[in-house]
Design a protein around this ligand. Structure first.
Ligand code: CDP
Length: 201
Protein backbone atom coordinates (compact mmCIF):
# COMPACT_ATOMS: atom_id res chain seq x y z
CA UNK A 1 0.00 0.00 0.00
CA UNK A 2 1.18 3.52 -0.61
CA UNK A 3 0.03 6.56 1.28
CA UNK A 4 -3.12 6.60 3.39
CA UNK A 5 -3.64 9.37 5.93
CA UNK A 6 -5.91 9.34 8.94
CA UNK A 7 -6.44 12.73 10.64
CA UNK A 8 -7.69 12.64 14.23
CA UNK A 9 -8.47 15.98 15.87
CA UNK A 10 -10.28 17.06 18.99
CA UNK A 11 -10.10 18.96 22.27
CA UNK A 12 -7.81 18.24 25.22
CA UNK A 13 -7.89 14.74 26.71
CA UNK A 14 -10.68 13.52 24.42
CA UNK A 15 -9.00 10.17 23.81
CA UNK A 16 -7.25 11.02 20.54
CA UNK A 17 -3.98 9.48 21.67
CA UNK A 18 -5.53 6.21 22.80
CA UNK A 19 -7.61 5.86 19.64
CA UNK A 20 -4.72 6.87 17.37
CA UNK A 21 -2.35 4.31 18.88
CA UNK A 22 -4.94 1.54 18.65
CA UNK A 23 -5.84 2.41 15.05
CA UNK A 24 -2.17 2.60 14.04
CA UNK A 25 -1.48 -0.80 15.62
CA UNK A 26 -4.57 -2.34 13.98
CA UNK A 27 -3.70 -1.21 10.44
CA UNK A 28 0.10 -1.16 10.77
CA UNK A 29 0.21 2.60 10.18
CA UNK A 30 2.81 4.95 11.67
CA UNK A 31 1.50 7.34 14.35
CA UNK A 32 2.49 10.94 15.06
CA UNK A 33 1.18 12.67 18.19
CA UNK A 34 1.50 16.24 16.90
CA UNK A 35 0.73 17.62 20.38
CA UNK A 36 4.22 16.46 21.37
CA UNK A 37 5.73 18.93 18.89
CA UNK A 38 3.92 21.83 20.58
CA UNK A 39 4.64 20.41 24.04
CA UNK A 40 8.36 20.22 23.17
CA UNK A 41 8.34 23.86 22.05
CA UNK A 42 6.38 24.79 25.19
CA UNK A 43 8.88 22.99 27.43
CA UNK A 44 11.82 24.76 25.77
CA UNK A 45 10.04 28.08 26.23
CA UNK A 46 9.50 27.36 29.94
CA UNK A 47 13.27 26.74 30.11
CA UNK A 48 13.90 30.22 28.67
CA UNK A 49 14.09 29.64 24.91
CA UNK A 50 12.43 31.81 22.29
CA UNK A 51 9.41 29.82 21.00
CA UNK A 52 9.98 30.55 17.30
CA UNK A 53 13.67 29.66 17.48
CA UNK A 54 12.76 26.53 19.46
CA UNK A 55 10.20 25.43 16.84
CA UNK A 56 12.66 26.02 13.99
CA UNK A 57 15.39 23.95 15.64
CA UNK A 58 13.30 21.12 17.09
CA UNK A 59 14.95 17.67 17.02
CA UNK A 60 13.60 14.19 17.87
CA UNK A 61 15.54 14.36 21.14
CA UNK A 62 13.35 17.30 22.21
CA UNK A 63 10.32 14.99 22.07
CA UNK A 64 11.79 12.68 24.72
CA UNK A 65 11.29 13.19 28.43
CA UNK A 66 8.24 13.98 30.45
CA UNK A 67 6.21 16.39 28.34
CA UNK A 68 2.79 15.22 29.52
CA UNK A 69 2.58 17.54 32.54
CA UNK A 70 -0.01 20.26 33.24
CA UNK A 71 2.57 23.08 33.03
CA UNK A 72 3.88 21.90 29.69
CA UNK A 73 0.32 21.48 28.34
CA UNK A 74 -0.51 25.10 29.12
CA UNK A 75 2.83 26.30 27.72
CA UNK A 76 2.15 24.27 24.55
CA UNK A 77 -1.19 25.93 23.95
CA UNK A 78 0.39 29.36 24.47
CA UNK A 79 3.15 28.81 21.88
CA UNK A 80 0.59 27.15 19.56
CA UNK A 81 -1.09 30.51 18.90
CA UNK A 82 2.10 31.86 17.27
CA UNK A 83 1.88 31.64 13.46
CA UNK A 84 5.67 31.26 13.00
CA UNK A 85 5.74 28.36 15.49
CA UNK A 86 2.99 26.54 13.60
CA UNK A 87 4.61 27.27 10.22
CA UNK A 88 7.92 25.80 11.37
CA UNK A 89 6.21 22.47 12.14
CA UNK A 90 4.15 22.05 8.95
CA UNK A 91 6.68 20.30 6.67
CA UNK A 92 7.60 17.68 9.24
CA UNK A 93 3.94 16.79 9.78
CA UNK A 94 3.10 16.70 6.04
CA UNK A 95 6.13 14.53 5.27
CA UNK A 96 5.11 12.17 8.03
CA UNK A 97 1.56 12.01 6.65
CA UNK A 98 2.84 11.14 3.16
CA UNK A 99 5.00 8.21 4.22
CA UNK A 100 4.54 4.83 2.57
CA UNK A 101 2.39 2.38 4.46
CA UNK A 102 -0.09 4.79 5.99
CA UNK A 103 -0.03 7.32 8.81
CA UNK A 104 -2.24 8.48 11.65
CA UNK A 105 -1.71 12.03 12.92
CA UNK A 106 -3.56 13.37 15.92
CA UNK A 107 -3.83 16.99 16.96
CA UNK A 108 -6.05 20.04 16.52
CA UNK A 109 -5.64 21.10 12.87
CA UNK A 110 -4.71 17.92 11.03
CA UNK A 111 -7.95 17.60 9.05
CA UNK A 112 -8.32 21.35 8.50
CA UNK A 113 -4.79 22.65 7.80
CA UNK A 114 -2.05 20.02 7.81
CA UNK A 115 -3.79 17.29 5.79
CA UNK A 116 -6.94 18.75 4.21
CA UNK A 117 -6.89 15.80 1.75
CA UNK A 118 -6.65 13.10 4.44
CA UNK A 119 -8.42 9.86 3.49
CA UNK A 120 -10.27 9.73 6.80
CA UNK A 121 -10.94 12.60 9.22
CA UNK A 122 -12.19 11.92 12.72
CA UNK A 123 -13.05 14.54 15.33
CA UNK A 124 -12.92 12.88 18.74
CA UNK A 125 -14.66 14.73 21.53
CA UNK A 126 -16.35 14.30 24.93
CA UNK A 127 -17.86 16.57 27.56
CA UNK A 128 -15.36 18.76 29.42
CA UNK A 129 -16.20 16.95 32.67
CA UNK A 130 -15.53 13.50 31.24
CA UNK A 131 -12.29 14.68 29.64
CA UNK A 132 -11.10 16.35 32.85
CA UNK A 133 -11.85 13.20 34.85
CA UNK A 134 -9.82 11.06 32.43
CA UNK A 135 -6.90 13.51 32.56
CA UNK A 136 -7.16 13.69 36.37
CA UNK A 137 -6.86 9.88 36.60
CA UNK A 138 -3.97 9.86 34.09
CA UNK A 139 -2.03 12.54 35.99
CA UNK A 140 -2.78 11.05 39.42
CA UNK A 141 -1.51 7.67 38.23
CA UNK A 142 1.77 9.41 37.38
CA UNK A 143 1.91 10.94 40.89
CA UNK A 144 1.10 14.48 39.85
CA UNK A 145 -0.44 16.42 42.73
CA UNK A 146 -3.51 17.82 41.00
CA UNK A 147 -7.12 18.42 41.99
CA UNK A 148 -10.14 17.57 39.83
CA UNK A 149 -11.16 21.24 39.86
CA UNK A 150 -7.74 22.40 38.68
CA UNK A 151 -7.60 19.85 35.89
CA UNK A 152 -11.09 20.85 34.69
CA UNK A 153 -10.12 24.54 34.75
CA UNK A 154 -6.92 23.75 32.79
CA UNK A 155 -8.80 21.74 30.16
CA UNK A 156 -11.39 24.50 29.70
CA UNK A 157 -8.72 27.23 29.49
CA UNK A 158 -6.74 25.27 26.90
CA UNK A 159 -9.82 24.46 24.78
CA UNK A 160 -10.78 28.15 24.79
CA UNK A 161 -7.30 29.25 23.72
CA UNK A 162 -7.10 26.51 21.07
CA UNK A 163 -10.58 27.26 19.67
CA UNK A 164 -10.36 31.05 19.63
CA UNK A 165 -6.91 31.51 18.11
CA UNK A 166 -6.53 33.05 14.64
CA UNK A 167 -4.15 30.42 13.27
CA UNK A 168 -5.50 26.92 12.70
CA UNK A 169 -8.12 26.98 15.45
CA UNK A 170 -9.48 23.76 16.91
CA UNK A 171 -12.61 22.84 14.93
CA UNK A 172 -13.91 19.84 13.02
CA UNK A 173 -13.17 19.80 9.28
CA UNK A 174 -16.42 20.04 7.33
CA UNK A 175 -15.94 16.44 6.19
CA UNK A 176 -14.88 15.04 9.59
CA UNK A 177 -16.83 12.29 11.33
CA UNK A 178 -17.54 13.23 14.96
CA UNK A 179 -16.98 10.53 17.58
CA UNK A 180 -18.29 11.58 21.01
CA UNK A 181 -16.59 9.32 23.55
CA UNK A 182 -18.44 10.66 26.62
CA UNK A 183 -20.42 7.44 26.98
CA UNK A 184 -18.19 5.07 25.02
CA UNK A 185 -15.70 2.52 26.32
CA UNK A 186 -12.22 2.65 24.79
CA UNK A 187 -13.03 -0.55 22.87
CA UNK A 188 -16.21 0.94 21.41
CA UNK A 189 -14.51 4.21 20.44
CA UNK A 190 -11.67 2.32 18.75
CA UNK A 191 -14.16 0.05 16.97
CA UNK A 192 -16.01 3.08 15.57
CA UNK A 193 -12.76 4.58 14.32
CA UNK A 194 -11.68 1.30 12.69
CA UNK A 195 -15.07 0.93 11.00
CA UNK A 196 -14.78 4.43 9.50
CA UNK A 197 -11.31 3.69 8.19
CA UNK A 198 -12.34 0.34 6.74
CA UNK A 199 -15.20 2.07 4.93
CA UNK A 200 -12.72 4.47 3.29
CA UNK A 201 -10.14 1.90 2.13
O1 CDP B 1 -3.12 15.35 24.95
P1 CDP B 1 -3.90 16.63 24.96
O2 CDP B 1 -5.16 16.52 24.17
O3 CDP B 1 -4.12 17.16 26.33
O4 CDP B 1 -2.98 17.75 24.28
P2 CDP B 1 -1.92 17.63 23.09
O5 CDP B 1 -2.56 16.96 21.92
O6 CDP B 1 -0.66 17.06 23.61
O7 CDP B 1 -1.68 19.17 22.67
C1 CDP B 1 -1.12 20.12 23.55
C2 CDP B 1 -1.41 21.50 22.98
O8 CDP B 1 -0.70 21.65 21.75
C3 CDP B 1 -2.86 21.78 22.62
O9 CDP B 1 -3.61 22.31 23.70
C4 CDP B 1 -2.75 22.79 21.47
O10 CDP B 1 -2.63 24.11 21.94
C5 CDP B 1 -1.44 22.42 20.81
N1 CDP B 1 -1.62 21.67 19.56
C6 CDP B 1 -1.93 22.38 18.42
O11 CDP B 1 -2.11 23.59 18.47
N2 CDP B 1 -2.03 21.74 17.22
C7 CDP B 1 -1.86 20.41 17.13
N3 CDP B 1 -1.94 19.82 15.94
C8 CDP B 1 -1.59 19.66 18.29
C9 CDP B 1 -1.48 20.32 19.50
Amino acid sequence: MTRFTVAIDGPAAAGKGTISKAVAAHFGFAHLDTGLLYRAVGAKTLAGADPIAAARSLTPADMQGNLRTPDVAQAASKVAVIAEVRAALVDFQRNFAARDGGAVLDGRDIGTVICPDADVKLFVTASAEVRAERRFLELSAKDHEVSRGQVLADVIARDKRDSEREEAPLKPAVDAVIIDTSDLSIEDAVAQAIARINAAR
